[in-house]
Design a protein around this ligand. Sequence first.
Ligand SMILES: Nc1ncnc2c1ncn2[C@@H]1O[C@H](COP(=O)(O)OP(=O)(O)OP(=O)(O)O)[C@@H](O)[C@H]1O
Ligand SMILES: [Mg+2]
Length: 468
Amino acid sequence: MYENGTIFIADSDAKTRDLVSAFLTYQGHNIAAPEPNLPFFDALEKNNVDIVIADTGYLRKVAPDFGDKSQLLNPLLVLIGYGDVTASELKQHSSETVFNLPKPLNLDELESLVLRAREYQSMKIYDSSTGCVANNKFLSGTMIGKSSPMQELFEMITKVAASNATVLIQGESGTGKELAARAIHQLSDRHTKNFVPVNCAAIPDDLLESELFGHVKGSFTGAYANRIGRFEMADKGTLFLDEIGDMKANLQVKLLRVLQNREFEPVGASKSQKVDVRIIAATNKNLEELVVSRDFREDLYYRLSVIPITIPPLRERSEDIPLLIHTFLTRFNDDKRHAVKGFSRDALGILCNYVWPGNVRELENLVERLVILKGSGLIVPDDLPEKYLSGKQPSAVPVQSVTLQADNVLPKDGICLNSAVDEFENNLIMQALVRAGGNKKEAALLLNLKRTTLIEKLKKKNLVFNED
Ligand SMILES: Nc1ncnc2c1ncn2[C@@H]1O[C@H](COP(=O)(O)OP(=O)(O)OP(=O)(O)O)[C@@H](O)[C@H]1O
Ligand SMILES: [Mg+2]
């Protein structure tokens, strides 16, 4: 959806249409515009449209039944609600979120709204078998496991899904916390509504409050328009607060209030808003320890851990490894049209005895890499990267943290400032990529960069992300 979707620009004012069109084309988006003699909805279907940027006056003229019909065209997102129809009015007609972009047009705001709309769209996919909007990640990847800890986990997930209770999922990195959260949502009555993830560690502190609760126009510099937050997006659905252990103290207080009263205030708003969300939180940190060290509020911890779930690390359920390898192998063979037959007994033995500090994610990435590199035949020990063969226990932290010491001294003979700065930058970029599991969007957020800027930097610096 993210790559293929087209943005449809329908504005009666040709100047605005050309400007928006040129700007978004320059940003690398696929653009389409109304064609003479082709009805509005036919044009949407023909162009595989997932975002419509339209002025409401124009929309009324060319498609008076837009509000009703847009629901049939899921996934579809209306972006602009300027003109004489307010965004909230339009929202009553459409099951989708409407983003409001006021005139005169601000291109920075347009860019940020389009990125946000894309992100919102990428969370959903239209499932033709059930006729509802479902979560794409859950559809493409179900949880695998036959070991008894995983069987117990599945039982727990099924029970928990039937209730509305707040769930706290703990476990090492890459164990499947997000997958478990999505499974709970998918199995619950809320599955036709949104599953909205928020990565509390990836969003800069000063933006997290507005990200969660939304803001009203003019409440701070850069708040060009009203914006709804993730809580509102998740209304009647599930809000997934990932990396909750990284949430700052002042926001912990605000979150506690929402959990107690089920209401919140958008930044700059004078009235609070009711919301009906199921909260699932996750962290790979030990929250009990954070409570003891006073980095996490004890009252919030108890509110969140109504139902605590711990996902065991992969090394404690090595009987799942062959099954996981088989599943990933089938998937990557299909995806990439390769024909790797399988793993030799020796290779499988080595992998079953490995400690997997990166858990299932590491295993998944390894199988993908082996399928690409080998292409066909049987994978034998010689095909495995060195670290799996050496029998060494890899450290749980893949990259040592850079020492950002204030007392860095200038070497006696001086230094080449440019290459030192370059090296420092490379190191931080690679750390961010490792922490984000290779996800460039998340890594860019950690570095407070745009995803495209990060990709440009990687290209320019000739940096290749390789988890080895
Ligand atoms: N039991 C499982 N069966 C199949 N795939 C799994 C399983 N557990 C995890 N995965 C896959 O491993 C990857 C990591 O899973 P996920 O993102 O849910 O982990 P996580 O615990 O949230 O990691 P992190 O702490 O780094 O955020 C995903 O691609 C997921 O699909
Ligand atoms: Mg996660």
